[in-house]
Design a protein around this ligand. Structure first.
Ligand code: GAP
Length: 517
């Protein structure tokens, strides 16, 4: 675990050192849980967004996109339930003066029991080798059973507290924290305050105070921009059910426990798609979207074993199914995307609060109804983090050296091709520029002439550039170059005229999308 934490720290520094992610307002020592994307980060982020957008809008004839404003009429958030219920249960430690999410403290405690069980299983697996029967071991080992019982008991109490009638039972949450003897990680004490609810929406004011300014919110999710535009899109696009509306945009949450770098931010970006369907078909569509979205993730080639579904025990009162797609980060399996069957809750609420009819006339059924919705909702920043974590490697080379390499999927890499003149003379820089001038219209290229070739390769490995080309004396004679592959480090000689054909297909989002079909 400590080793994994070290790796994570290295990834965070790597992101800064190589222009992927900087703390916001860095010269003023940053702003908590807010980050800026640098010259390489923004390219990677744009490629992720393009991969998502095209997989939704290009691959589905019945999905269209929109770009709604961040500011919305304040009643939107009353109708959606965010004003009354978008809360986190918070608890303070009186000694350290630190504030925590009570539910997160309890979930961490559950994870500790799970870790203890896992350690026992791993130890026994090593000891017994091929003869190890994990199921039997879990069913009989005393320490495993003891920790499993503690986990189950805690899980039950936690679920009951979170799902209590009339809202979360704050006293029960505090009692769990006391009974489990959970201590503050800073002060090490159990001197806790009561648990209180805290709304996560940022507020601001629109208009001058003299005009009678109104309180508005920075949207905590992009989804509501889609719901309030349902009728506009359905009518103007003459859309027939089932159909979807996709959107990518910023969302804001005043997260109290903001940690793990860009995993939990106060300003972040979401890619959401609301799929409008006939009531009664929602569980079939839910299953279809689970499958489609998992395929989109696994299409990146990171290995199926690094993903899992986590079905929600606690369903929001309007949802009838919900799951998360979790990815194995260095700090454990964590949610990257949510898929929710939201019934007709949002559209009905907006109809009620706006006093407008929000319905669909179904010519096949010859009746009007409020459509049901399946939502897929993924955080761009979490996706970015999962890709960075999986791609980062400190590789031992046969010659005893190490190199830091990002094995980014070529289609997502910020730079696709780097072109180096071997030396700065004999017309090599000009030849290298010529190659770039020809290829820059097809994919992102970079020219580098500083330092020895070996160092230039290392710099390109560190930003995940899949291909490097070197122009040398021979190039001037026969118009061939050496092409080096980032992952294998193999080099071979190819004609300049062949470069585009070799590289373009491998680095294009289109080739990634074709694998989805
Ligand atoms: N419209 C549904 C919705 O917003 P959510 O589970 O709260 O659902 C969806 O958020 C996704 O947005 C998450 O799976 C995560 O990837 C991302 N996300 C949520 N809060 C975030 C935060 N504070 N920082 C970064 N990403 C976040």
């Amino acid at each position: 675990m400590a080793q994994q934490e070290d790796v994570f720290k290295k990834i965070v520094s790597h992101c800064k050192e190589y222009g992927f992610v900087f703390p916001s307002s860095d010269i003023y020592d940053g702003l908590g849980a807010v980050y800026d994307y640098g010259q390489n980060g923004v390219e990677l982020k744009n490629n992720i967004k393009q991969y998502w957008w095209q997989s939704m809008v290009l691959l589905h004839e019945n999905i269209v996109g929109i770009d709604a404003a961040i500011f919305m009429h304040p009643t939107t958030w009353k109708a959606s339930g965010h004003v009354d219920a978008f809360n986190d249960p918070l608890i303070d430690n009186r000694d350290s003066k630190k504030r925590y999410r009570a539910d997160v403290l309890i979930e961490d405690q559950m994870a500790k029991y799970e870790e203890k069980i896992q350690k026992e299983v791993e130890k026994a697996s090593k000891r017994f080798g091929d003869k190890f029967d994990e199921a039997q071991f879990r069913a009989t080992n005393e320490r495993v059973l003891e920790n499993q019982a503690k986990f189950d008991n805690l899980h039950n109490r936690f679920q009951n507290a979170m799902n209590a009638e009339g809202g979360v039972d704050l006293e029960a949450l505090k009692q769990i924290i006391l009974d489990e003897e959970i201590v503050c990680p800073i002060s090490g004490t159990r001197n806790w305050t009561d648990v209180r609810q805290f709304n996560l929406m940022f507020k601001t004011e629109m208009g001058s105070v003299a005009d009678g300014a109104s309180t508005i919110y920075l949207r905590p999710e992009t989804a509501q921009g889609i719901f309030v535009n349902y009728m506009n899109v359905q009518k103007t696009g003459r859309m027939k059910l089932p159909f979807g509306i996709a959107q990518i945009g910023k969302a804001f949450r005043n997260e109290i426990v903001a940690r793990q770098f860009i995993f939990r931010m106060r300003e972040f970006e979401q890619m959401e798609m609301q799929f409008f369907i006939q009531p009664g078909t929602e569980l079939d569509w839910f299953a279809k979207w689970k499958e489609t979205r998992m395929k989109w993730h696994q299409n990146l080639g990171f290995g199926a074993e690094n993903y899992r579904f986590h079905d929600h025990d606690k369903l929001a009162h309007y949802a009838n199914a919900a799951t998360d797609i979790e990815f194995r980060m260095p700090f454990g399996f964590k949610e990257v995307e949510g898929i929710h069957s939201r019934t007709n809750f949002d559209l009905s609420q907006h109809a009620k609060y706006s006093n407008k009819k929000i319905e669909y006339f179904d010519p096949e059924r010859n009746e009007s109804y409020t459509p049901y919705v399946i939502e897929t909702s993924i955080g761009v920043d979490r996706m970015f983090l999962s890709i960075m974590c999986h791609s980062y490697e400190e590789q031992q080379l046969p010659d005893g050296q190490t190199r830091t390499v990002l094995h980014l999927p070529a289609a997502l890499a910020p730079v696709k091709l780097a072109v180096f003149p071997l030396t700065k003379k004999d017309g090599m820089p000009e030849k290298a520029q010529e190659i770039i001038n020809d290829l820059r219209f097809h994919f992102n290229c970079k020219y580098e002439e500083k330092d020895q070739i070996g160092k230039r390769y290392r710099r390109m490995d560190a930003i995940g550039c899949p291909y490097c080309v070197t122009v040398d004396q021979q190039t001037l004679v026969d118009n061939t170059v050496t092409l080096r592959d980032r992952d294998t480090m193999e080099q071979h000689r190819v004609a300049i005229s062949e470069l585009r054909g070799i590289i373009e297909d491998k680095v294009s989002i289109t080739s990634l999308l074709k694998k989805m079909l």
